[in-house]
Design a protein around this ligand. Structure first.
Ligand code: SF4
Length: 297
């Protein structure tokens, strides 16, 4: 406990130092084409990125509020002799380490790693406050379905309906997912459905790296208990986040990956299919490929 407090004190000293640096040298930071940025909008992330200098800590220290506000503040600026780069101005005063929660306040059973069933695991982590999403959620969204499923569907995080009901994929997108399953003779009860994050990010923003880092161990234990043979990621963000890659959705859809020894496919998020019916045909091809692999395992 004392150790954790002193670690937090050190982080706060670093924060003060960074603020002093910002006062002295300005508050602009630059993104490189290599850095997967949580602060670019989906459309911008899909565009080829311009070159620029890199500041790695931008991803790990961003908070939800800054995340949203930075999107609005982004502008393009070119320095003499440099190719165009994206420049972000941090204008608001906010603690860099606001997302740091002391281990003693996580409210999870320390024996959660040893859970041998899904209900036991859920009970041990359902009050989790390991990241700040724990204090803004309405309901913890663990997962639903067959605990012995060969096939697991993974989305990025709960949305408003899921947060309200405590179950993944229950809104309009969830109904479409049920129809997709029915089209390949599967029911919701045959498979397991969950998300990378168990709590809803405010305004449905993308998961932050520190939130994924905090929550992913729970997903890993879930999968160790279920022992599926195949994972279908729903949406680009789920695929990129789970597979730790910047690949486009097209690249993700065209390949078969592995996560913790389990084969992984990626397809469109059902909500994207609701927005753009033209994607239903390629999505149907993905689902047929999934069914074929499901039959072979
Ligand atoms: S998102 Fe995951 S790590 Fe964060 S509070 Fe919820 S359960 Fe805990």
């Amino acid at each position: 406990m004392a150790d954790q407090k002193s670690q937090l004190d050190v982080l706060k000293m670093i924060e003060r130092f960074l603020k002093q640096q910002a006062e002295l040298y300005g508050e602009e930071i630059y993104l490189s084409e290599k850095t997967p940025s949580p602060i670019l909008s989906k459309e911008e992330e899909d565009e080829p990125s311009s070159s620029g200098r890199q500041l790695q800590f931008s991803a790990s220290i961003s908070t939800s509020t800054r995340h949203v506000e930075k999107k609005e503040e982004m502008a393009t600026k070119q320095r003499p002799g440099e190719s165009p780069s994206k420049t972000i101005k941090i204008s608001e005063e906010q603690g860099l380490f606001e997302n740091v929660v002391l281990k003693s306040e996580w409210k999870i059973d320390p024996k959660w790693h040893d859970s041998i069933s899904l209900p036991q695991l859920e009970e041990r982590i359902s009050k989790c406050l390991k990241c700040r999403l724990g204090s803004t959620r309405k309901n913890f969204v663990f997962g639903v379905g067959n605990p012995n499923a060969k096939l697991v569907f993974i989305g990025e995080a709960p949305g408003a309906d899921e947060d309200e009901q405590g179950e993944p994929f229950v809104g309009r997108a969830g109904q479409l997912l049920n129809k997709i399953l029915a089209a390949v003779q599967l029911r919701r009860e045959d498979v397991y459905i969950c998300n990378i994050l168990k709590c809803r990010p405010p305004n449905n923003r993308d998961p932050l790296p520190e939130e994924v880092e905090a929550c992913e161990p729970f997903l890993k234990r879930q999968l160790e208990i279920i022992r599926p043979k195949l994972i279908m990621c729903l949406g680009r963000i789920a695929g990129q986040t789970l597979l730790k890659t910047n690949a486009t959705l097209t690249e993700l859809r065209n390949n078969i990956y592995e996560y913790e020894g389990i084969k992984v496919l990626v397809t469109f998020h059902p909500a994207a299919l609701l927005r753009n019916p033209n994607w239903k045909r390629p999505a149907w091809e993905d689902v047929q490929k999934m069914r074929k692999m499901y039959d072979e395992i």
